[in-house]
Design a protein around this ligand. Structure first.
Ligand code: FAD
Length: 382
């Protein structure tokens, strides 16, 4: 994009090379095996990606949403699942600690999370509370100067590999009385349940976090009791912008792969790219991908310039994953039987991308947020 800074352009190059060399060659293997590319993850620490938005004082890069979105797009083109794990670590865990934790907590947790020595996750969702996140039932009760935590979290990206979990709990009966903690695996502050087997994002580990009377010192509480809703809402915007970056990567990969295939595959004695119906598919895929990029990076830049808001983040989160799923389905169609097989990456990209219509808030929840903003002048029912 013309408005990327020199630093952002250099980051784009770095991530493009990393994705080609470290993620792409192993993406199919890890998808098939449902395994985590931990070597690549650790290398992300070595090349300075894991603390993309964190303060340089803790080893971070001190960059914004635009830079984080560039990373998601470039890595997402090669392996959306590894990128989802990267997002859970760098945006859901590290960025939350950066923005909400105390100085002592930042000094204790951020350097090891940013170097890649530790892996992090974020636990908001529960088995019975997904879209209704404010309804969560995992309880934290203060006893002296320690909390006892009981309950469980569901669908947690990186659960099986996490040393640190940034977790939301209930500390009172009032709906919004939710409190945040940073929990440590080594101190038995959480256990990990069974892995969850999925349709896509199979190279991103997903699991349960379980708390059985976990003893957690007051020092691990983030902010005050009741601060969680503020923490959640503040981080969701960058979460939604950056996850849309993975969908942009998917759309680009599918478009590029389709253009290549249309020039190689022959039927009726000529390249399928000579058929107008195929040309229409490619022209539309490319146009939609360009639209996605301009919308997404425009919103990311606005966010970095301080023009934030839940509705605009919800709009990119609604638009991009849906468009990328459509583009990926078209790419499968264009590849015919080969597209439906595991010989080409387009079916994996489609399966992976579908998650982006669900995680970080479903399409329906995005519609609710956007409509609430547009219709805010409607008077409440008497
Ligand atoms: C692979 C994967 C990774 C994830 N990673 C994490 C993670 O790291 N941390 C974390 O905390 N969570 C994570 N999640 C959880 C994710 O955020 C939730 O799945 C998501 O918020 C939806 O919640 P749910 O699955 O309980 O669906 P539900 O909330 O039960 O929704 C079911 C359906 O009802 C619709 N619906 C719900 N409420 C309304 C309404 N008011 N109006 C209209 N329709 C509605 C939904 O849109 C959906 O279609 C992950 C999920 C997956 C699948």
């Amino acid at each position: 994009m013309w408005y990327f800074s020199e630093e952002e352009k250099a980051l784009q190059e770095l991530c493009r090379d990393f994705a080609i060399n470290e993620l792409a060659p192993k993406a199919e293997h890890h998808d098939n095996e449902e395994s985590f590319n931990i070597e690549a993850f650790k290398k992300m620490g070595e090349i300075g990606l894991l603390g993309i938005t964190a303060d340089p004082a803790y080893g971070g890069s001190g960059l914004g949403a635009t830079a984080a979105t560039i990373v998601m797009e470039e890595l997402g083109k090669a392996c959306p699942a590894s990128t989802l794990s990267y997002l859970a670590h760098s945006i859901l865990c590290v960025n939350n600690i950066q923005n909400n934790a105390s100085e002592e907590q930042k000094q204790k947790y951020l350097p090891k999370l940013i170097s890649g020595e530790w892996i992090g996750c974020m636990g908001m969702s529960e088995a019975d509370y997904g879209s209704d996140a404010v309804g969560i039932q995992t309880r934290a009760k203060l006893e002296g100067d320690q909390y006892k935590i009981n309950g469980s979290k569901m669908w947690i990206t990186n659960a099986q590999y996490s040393d640190i979990a940034y977790v939301y709990t209930r500390t009172g009966e009032e709906k919004k009385n939710l409190t945040t903690f940073i929990l440590e695996k080594d101190k038995n502050q959480f256990e990990v349940g069974k892995p969850i087997h999925k349709m896509g994002m199979r190279a991103s580990p997903t699991g349960e976090l379980i708390f059985k009377n976990a003893t957690v010192p007051l020092a691990n509480r983030v902010g005050e009791e009741g601060d969680s809703v503020y923490h959640m809402m503040k981080n969701l915007e960058i979460e939604r912008i950056t996850i849309a970056g993975i969908s942009l990567g998917v759309a680009r990969a599918c478009t590029e792969q389709s253009i290549k295939y249309a020039q190689e595959r022959k039927q009726f004695g000529k390249e399928i790219g000579k058929f107008q119906l195929i040309q229409k598919m490619i022209a539309e895929m490319s146009t939609e991908t360009d639209m996605m990029a301009h919308f997404l990076y425009g919103v990311a830049k606005e966010y970095d310039n301080g023009n934030k808001g839940p509705a605009i983040a919800a709009k990119v989160k609604l638009a991009l994953p849906k468009m990328a799923t459509k583009i990926a389905l078209d790419a499968i169609q264009l590849h015919g039987g080969y597209g439906y097989s595991r010989e080409f990456p387009v079916e994996r990209l489609m399966r992976d991308n579908k998650l982006n219509e669900i995680g970080a808030g479903t399409n329906e929840v995005m519609i609710m947020i956007i409509a609430k903003d547009l219709l805010k002048d409607l008077k409440p029912k008497k």
